[in-house]
Write a protein that binds this ligand. Structure first.
Ligand code: ZN
Length: 146
């Protein structure tokens, strides 16, 4: 007899489908993992674009003009969130998921304590927080394309 014979549930109910899927998954776990890996490898560009779109969507919720509030940089590749009062690292550690901030902003996190800064301006802000004073550095965005 076939050892992998499944009990047959001819059920359209959600519970029945759940049970069938759970059994199928136990028997085909590795195959499912391999297929998922293959799909991710094949659709790398699609996933990357999707992640970028989510990021831009979250940026728009913080600041609709999509520019650095200090230097005016508009290149989306360089923009990132800044926690005005610090604590960004701590927040990312608490939630534990890389890039989870985009998700939380898109699903209702308050954005009063956030602003958009380019990476150099964000680092200057970090140094100002660390040393507790103004840093004599200034970022100039020329607007030239790369
Ligand atoms: Zn800037």
């Amino acid at each position: 007899m076939n050892q992998l014979m499944l009990p047959y549930y001819k059920s359209r109910s959600k519970e029945g489908q759940k049970i069938r899927h759970r059994i199928w998954y136990r028997l085909n776990k590795q195959r499912d993992i391999d297929n998922h890996k293959k799909w991710r490898k094949k659709n790398k560009q699609k996933l990357k674009q999707n992640e970028f779109n989510k990021r831009v969507q979250a940026f728009k919720k913080v600041q609709s003009t999509l520019n650095c509030v200090r230097c005016g940089c508009t290149d989306l590749r360089f923009l990132e969130f800044n926690h005005k009062n610090g604590g960004g690292y701590k927040e990312s550690q608490q939630k534990g998921v890389n890039g989870g901030l985009y998700y939380r902003i898109n699903y209702g996190r308050k954005t009063d304590d956030l602003e958009l800064l380019c990476r150099p301006c964000n680092h200057i802000h970090f140094l100002e927080m660390k040393f507790g004073c103004k840093i004599p550095l200034k970022v100039i965005f020329t607007g030239d394309s790369l």
